[in-house]
Design a protein around this ligand. Structure first.
Ligand code: NI
Length: 142
């Protein structure tokens, strides 16, 4: 039987929603005040869920310290207190929280034990959150 372990992290960053594929008017219509040239910030909550077998020796799915180290080095050091628009990942895609969520998922998946990363959830505000699942998990009835 699989067990799951989730952990939450805080990440503060600024961004401006602007697409080079759209005109100035279309950007304004699409993103509204989020298209403001000066940008704005969020205190993102990043939630990471891993699933796997419980190791009989440790009684754990994944060592919490190991998880923290991967998230810290791959995600927090990269994005915390930065302007997301200036990250190379967002030079060719808009730093929406959908795209941030996908970026976090991709940055973590190869650093965690194979197949363990189940989903990444990013809360942008009290009311908005975004989730990315491992390929195929969307259709598993979750
Ligand atoms: Ni925003």
């Amino acid at each position: 039987m699989k067990a799951y372990f989730g952990r939450r992290y805080m990440l503060s960053a600024s961004h401006r929603l602007h697409s080079d594929a759209l005109s100035a008017e279309e950007n304004q219509a699409t993103y509204g005040k989020c298209n403001n040239p000066y940008g704005h910030g969020h205190n993102y909550v990043v939630e990471v869920l891993v699933g796997g077998n419980v190791a009989p020796e440790t009684g754990m799915v994944l060592d919490l310290v190991a998880m923290d180290e991967v998230v810290r080095t791959r995600v927090l050091q990269r994005f915390d207190h930065t302007n997301l628009n200036q990250d190379p990942l967002f030079t060719s895609q808009v730093p929406t929280t959908e795209n941030l969520c996908r970026a976090v998922f991709d940055l973590l998946k190869d650093e965690l034990p194979a197949g363990q990363l189940d989903y990444v959830r990013v809360e942008e505000t009290e009311n908005n959150f975004f989730q990315c699942y491992a390929a195929g998990a969307e259709s598993s009835g979750r």
